[in-house]
Ligand binder design. Structure first.
Ligand SMILES: [Zn+2]
Length: 267
């Protein structure tokens, strides 16, 4: 294995929403409403610098969900986020400036992953263009039903670059980041794999491919089938869950975007 150039520097809790426990874990999920954080991740690449994987919520989310029909998004998933939880605010607290962020990688374009993009719009933005095009093909209410907020996505027009076009180039070079496609939850969602310099362990940031670790461990403990209505493709989702299980068998640490964690910084 080539020497790793990447380390996970921080897990950033940007706010949370609520969902019924049984929706996510049909076998052992707790009854009642669970708090679901939206996490973003700060990575360091030796030859490239700081990279953000997703941006979580921010106050901008509330502005974007102000108008009808976007307001339905807030009724469906009530959100709580404090100004100091915005990704850039959290980076600034650790003396990392906007200019230090060299790239923002977007696992997918759901509102709880692009909500903090506002001040980062002039950074290098990469993701799957197919998902951006898919969102454009949806009428207003369908965008909201699929978890997208138009006002958060429109500024990406002409700015989002195809991540596959960067394949083999820094920071997607040897010892760097590997894109792992995990579609189903959304049209073109993907995760990032790397060996973490700090722990020496192969690590996969799995985005929303699973909402909980328990569902990876036990195929019978995943979300209820009805959760499929908010997914792009249930079959692809199940295939991506199997892919996660294979990565786990291969010894990967898997970190998910909505598992219960608080902000945490690493050396
Ligand atoms: Zn999502």
């Amino acid at each position: 294995m080539p020497t790793s150039k990447v380390r996970l520097k921080a897990i950033l809790d940007t706010g949370h929403t609520f969902a019924p426990g049984r929706l996510m874990n049909k076998k052992h999920g707790q009854l009642g409403i669970q708090k679901i954080p939206a996490l973003a991740f700060l990575l360091w690449h030796d030859d490239y610098g700081y990279i953000l994987f997703d941006t979580g919520y921010s106050r901008q989310f509330f502005e974007a969900s102000q108008a009808f029909p976007q307001h339905f998004y807030r009724w469906g998933t009530p959100v709580s986020t404090k100004p100091e939880q915005a990704v850039l605010k959290q980076l600034n607290q650790h003396d990392i400036s906007l200019a230090d962020v060299k790239m923002v990688i977007l696992s997918h374009l759901h509102a709880d992953h692009v909500g903090g993009l506002g001040p980062l719009m002039d950074r290098e933005l990469v993701g799957h263009l197919s998902e951006y095009e898919f969102v454009q093909s949806l009428a207003g209410f369908n965008q909201v039903r699929h978890g997208y907020l138009k006002d958060l996505i429109e500024p990406l027009d002409g700015r989002l670059q195809e991540i596959d076009d960067r394949s083999g180039q820094v920071p997607f070079d040897e010892g760097g980041l590997t894109v792992v496609d995990l579609p189903g939850h959304s049209q073109g969602m993907f995760g990032l794999a790397f060996v973490d310099q700090r722990t020496g362990k192969p690590t996969l940031l799995g985005a929303d491919a699973s909402w909980t670790q328990a569902a990876i461990d036990d195929p019978a403990d995943g979300p209820i089938r009805a959760a499929g209505i908010i997914m792009h493709s249930w079959d692809d989702y199940l295939a991506s869950m199997e892919k996660l299980r294979q990565y786990r068998k291969d010894g990967y640490d898997i970190i998910l975007s909505h598992e219960k964690r608080s902000s945490q910084w690493f050396n």
